[in-house]
Design a protein around this ligand. Structure first.
Ligand code: FES
Ligand code: FES
Length: 1005
């Protein structure tokens, strides 16, 4: 049909199929600021304004939009300087989103800005509640909504012509910043949650700064993200925002049954369909076994996957690939592929997997073992670690506590789905443009699968719309790549949201048993954990994720006195294959699975032994100067080497967190636990102490190159992959600090395997630490060349004799001790055009011998309805030692977003399967992630320590917020109503069932 659309005041005439969605029509016209996140109207990424009102364009027919005015992000503001042309500049909302750190991956940002614009046009002075209600229709998996909400309020203030607080009003907190008994942000006078923050636009966290940072100009400052401006404008920065002439659309036929052999497969009818360019089955491509886990070489896990196999192992496994001229034709072709399955018995219960008669999932002869994997026993990995003399430790104990806990399968749920485009370039090299956390691993691991040498593959990583570990997987790139090889044409493949739930990766669900021996005074004498981990149908990340469950969580408590010098710790795990979709990497990487049991267990022990829960924990916790007990026992399947903890701010985290949440006024205070006029409600407060790691020692490497331009700007090329975390920005800040220039002068590019130096990619919370150290090394090389040239220029001009190392680089100047100076742009010009011409540039890389852990205290306050079991989390507070904070805005964004994901893990997220292995959760309607209007108060306190192994003293920040929310909430629920929940998520039904058994009195007395 013919259609006339009015988009951003421009008229468009187009010929489309009547069933075409408005989303598809808009993107086909080049409005790439409108994003695809689902097909069912639930994520809001596709929001546009129709006659000024937000609508989800994915479920709105283009034909319905005729006669209406459509507004997309492309219309609302742009860079004020367009060459000689001046524009009106950015909309206040765009500016406020950039300034407030409201943009992480930026995939939801255009939709949030448009939704907010509609609100502000209606309500110029909205309340925070109004904003949260308005943003509720746009899911954000990165931010925790705090900064987007504050950005909208800030924009409203600006639009009304009122003064807004400067964003960079950093609030360094002196050691006594929090003192008990004061009312603090987010609390009323009585210390109860619910009061508004003192200023509606405050987005900065509290930072207790280290003295080392005082003289720095760029590191430690809340610089805006270097990619924020383009993301606020909805520029075509993502993988899917890319067009090529003749591009085909790929689709995958997924298995409807959990375990079967493919007896017969016939693609002839599909191939005969007009518009189908290729259909591939297992018979058509080379049979190459590999691992989809994006990890350094050699992959620390079994090789057990094929692009296509003659067997399927879970509902959603791959059966065939199709490439066609359009999505509709590709979908029709899938229906025409005839498959006969020979159903096989399934393993759906992890504890059945190791039984002697259990069906074997991996009987392929090509299977390659790693470590203790044994496919004949459905064992993807096995871990047996004994530190000290665990049995003796238990013999010496006065008390032994033993309990079992459970953690569910949950999903990363990044709003941008997995997406990749492949094509042959003019040199017959295969280009893979993909939303990946691991471009270099993808190139290396795909080479044998595609039968191409590494040098004939180029992987390009554009902006990533969230990953959280889900894109540390070589999950879909092989599909379009095989189809490009088969057809010679560019191929586009993007997961639907249903495919994300059925056929991507998730957190490993585990059943964990803990046994702890203690002296009567609360000294831990021995601590033992056994984990049964379900890796699903394939063993990607099986060993390393589950190893980290022990390596990070079981390290925290070493015991006290002689036990502190020689702790007794055991960690055993079996990682088994089942006919569930594979698990993989998910932010936290096995550690949240360890801390739910550990911190619930510590709470039970403290309460049963009548010990103060915080004093008991700190008495036994690891301290600065001590040996990381697992460092000599295990290192992700490689040789372990001893590591000393050189920085640990855990005690200060407890002290500041405790004061900020008014712990002493609430814990064990019967009055605080009751709410006047709400006899059915009980308040509770809980805590969890946690630690993580920073990178993988002696293995993962980051690289960087820096090139100076003639205007004194620098190109910083990194292989590191910013998946929304702000890593490009913090890397630029470090380079700017060394080179003495504003962040604006550092032009960051990441990443392209042809142009950027190698980097292992974004995982293990390593980018600021590993890639950052590589950037610092590189910048120092460049700074040295600049100083040499500056000294030459200044000495010649002023007849002085200064040495290069006497020259300071600051404020775009090279300054000699006598005050004479030369600008960076003069140095750049001089180097490229005037004398002894040279390209000033440097390359550097870094691999760390240590993985210094960040530490944190996480607190939660809840209200439990003891009639219904409903748990409302009122407040989450995290006091964290992540070393020096390079950028408090981006770092606190990581904490807020991480706590929000962890909150879902605690109370509502779970992927469930029926008796045939079919997923129950296939969309955001059934898999609930937190929305803007459902959020508790979030508060972040950074307790800086200076980690001496890094030039700027940094440690990891991205993963640790995932670790302690669930146990803190679980402990708070117990504190509220004595309900012990040992399996997350803590659903109302679970709480209600325990309450029903307890027959809780609703009497306020
Ligand atoms: S893409 Fe339209 S609501 Fe998700
Ligand atoms: S910033 Fe909202 S989804 Fe990433």
């Amino acid at each position: 049909m013919r259609l006339n659309l009015l988009i951003n005041h421009d008229k468009h005439e187009m010929e489309i199929d009547p069933g075409t969605s408005l989303l598809k029509a808009l993107r086909s016209l080049g409005y790439f600021g409108v994003k695809h996140g689902c097909e069912t109207g639930e994520c809001g990424a596709c929001t546009v304004l129709l006659d000024g009102k937000p609508v989800n364009s994915c479920v709105y027919l283009a034909a319905q939009a005729e006669g209406h005015s459509i507004e997309t992000i492309e219309s609302i503001g742009q860079h004020p300087l367009q060459g000689w042309k001046r524009t009106e500049g950015f909309h206040p909302l765009q500016q406020a989103f950039v300034d407030s750190g409201a943009i992480q991956c930026g995939y939801c940002t255009p939709a949030q800005i448009l939704a907010a614009k509609a609100l502000l046009e209606r309500v110029p002075n909205p309340s925070e509640e109004d904003v949260r209600e308005q943003l509720a229709g746009v899911l954000c998996r990165c931010t925790g909504y705090l900064k987007p909400v504050k950005a909208v309020l800030r924009a409203a203030t600006m639009a009304r012509g009122e003064v807004v607080e400067p964003i960079d009003s950093l609030i360094p907190a002196p050691p006594d910043w929090f003192s008990e008994g004061e009312a603090h942000p987010g609390q009323d006078e009585a210390g109860y949650p619910g009061a508004d923050l003192p200023t509606q636009t405050q987005v900065m966290p509290r930072v207790q700064v280290t003295p080392e940072t005082k003289a720095w100009q760029r590191v430690g400052k809340p610089e805006p993200k270097v990619d924020a401006i383009k993301l606020a404008q909805g520029k075509p920065a993502f993988t899917a925002d890319f067009e090529m002439r003749g591009m085909l659309v790929a689709k995958v036929l997924h298995s409807p049954i959990a375990h079967a052999r493919i007896k017969m497969i016939d693609a002839s009818q599909a191939l005969a369909l007009s518009g189908v360019a290729a259909v591939l089955t297992w018979k058509d491509i080379p049979r190459v076994i590999y691992s989809t886990a994006g990890q350094s070489d050699p992959i620390p896990g079994p090789l057990d996957s094929f692009s296509l196999d003659n067997k399927v192992r879970f509902v959603g496994d791959r059966v065939a690939f199709v490439a066609a001229e359009s999505e509709e034709i590709a979908n029709r072709a899938l229906e025409l592929i005839k498959v006969e399955y020979e159903a096989l018995p399934t393993v759906l219960e992890p504890s059945d997997a190791l039984k002697s008669r259990a069906p074997q999932l991996h009987d392929e002869p090509e299977y390659v073992n790693f470590g203790e994997s044994d496919p004949t026993r459905n064992l993807a990995a096995q871990i047996r670690i004994d530190i000290g003399d665990v049995d003796k430790g238990f013999e010496e104990a006065d008390h032994i506590f033993e309990h079992e806990y459970e953690v569910p399968k949950v999903q990363q749920a990044h709003i941008e789905p997995h997406v990749a485009v492949t094509y042959w370039d003019e040199d017959d090299r295969l280009v893979i443009r993909t939303s990946t956390q691991v471009p270099f691993h993808a190139r290396r691991q795909l080479a044998p699968v595609l039968d191409l040498p590494i040098k004939r593959i180029r992987v390009v990583k554009p902006r990533i719309g969230g990953g959280f570990g889900g894109k540390q997987e070589i999950l879909i790139e092989d599909v379009p790549a095989h189809l490009t090889i088969a057809t010679g044409r560019p191929v586009f493949y993007e997961y639907t949201r249903e495919e994300e739930f059925m056929a991507s990766r998730s957190r490993h669900p585990m059943r964990v048993r803990l046994r702890t021996g203690l002296k009567a005074d609360g000294t831990i004498t021995a601590n033992a954990m056994y984990a049964l981990s379900d890796t699903g149908a394939y063993g990607c990340h099986a060993l390393t994720v589950t190893g980290n469950t022990g390596h990070k969580a079981m390290t925290l408590y070493v015991g006290d006195g002689p036990y502190r010098l020689s702790p007794n710790i055991r960690f055993y795990a079996d990682v088994v294959y089942t006919n569930h979709p594979p698990a993989g990497a998910y932010r936290g990487y096995g550690v949240p699975q360890g801390f739910w049991p550990l911190e619930r267990h510590m709470e039970k022990i403290a309460r049963e032994m009548n010990l103060d829960p915080l004093e008991f924990r700190l008495k036994n916790a690891l301290r600065q100067g001590e040996l990381h007990p697992f460092s000599t026992a295990w290192s992700e399947g490689r040789e372990p080497r001893p590591e000393i903890i050189q920085s640990c701010g855990l005690e200060e985290c407890v002290s500041q967190g405790k004061a900020a949440i008014n712990w002493d006024r609430k814990f064990r205070n019967p009055v605080w636990h009751l709410i006047p006029d709400k006899p059915f409600a009980r308040r509770g407060i809980g805590v969890a102490l946690v630690m993580q790691g920073t990178a993988i020692p002696y293995l993962d490497m980051g690289g960087a190159s820096i090139k100076m331009n003639e205007d004194g700007s620098f190109n910083l090329l990194v292989g590191a992959t910013d998946l929304g975390t702000g890593s490009d920005t913090v890397l630029a800040q470090m380079a700017a600090e060394v080179l003495g220039v504003p962040v604006d002068d550092i032009l960051v590019y990441s990443s392209d395997t042809d142009f950027t130096p190698f980097d292992k990619g974004a995982y293990a919370s390593s980018t600021t630490y590993i890639s950052g150290a590589a950037v610092v090394r590189t910048a120092r090389k460049v700074a040295e060349r600049i100083r040499i040239r500056a000294a030459g220029i200044l000495n010649e001009e002023n007849a002085t004799n200064f040495k290069p190392d006497e020259i300071r680089l600051v404020d775009r100047l090279a300054v000699a001790p006598d005050g004479n100076r030369v600008t960076m742009s003069e140095i750049g010009h001089h180097a490229l055009h005037h004398a002894d011409q040279e390209q000033i540039m440097g390359v550097g890389s870094y691999m760390s011998p240590v993985a210094p852990p960040p530490f944190a205290a996480q607190f939660a306050e809840v209200t439990v309805d003891v009639e219904t079991g409903q748990v409302v989390v009122d407040k989450l507070l995290m006091a964290v030692d992540s070393g020096v904070i390079v950028n408090p805005i981006t770092a606190s964004g990581q904490i807020e977003g991480g706590m929000t994901q962890a909150l879902g893990y605690a109370v509502c997220e779970e992927m469930q399967y029926d008796g045939e292995g079919r997923p129950r959760e296939r969309d955001f309607r059934n898999y609930h992630i937190f929305q803007a209007h459902e959020m508790p108060d979030l508060m972040t306190i950074f307790i800086e320590t200076f980690e001496p192994s890094h030039p700027f003293g940094v440690k990891a920040v991205a993963e640790i917020p995932m670790d302690g929310v669930a146990p803190a909430v679980g402990n708070a629920v117990f504190d509220a109503c004595e309900v012990e929940i040992d399996a997350i998520p803590i659903t109302p039904e679970k709480v209600w069932r325990v309450l029903a058994q307890m027959d809780v009195s609703l009497n306020n007395d």
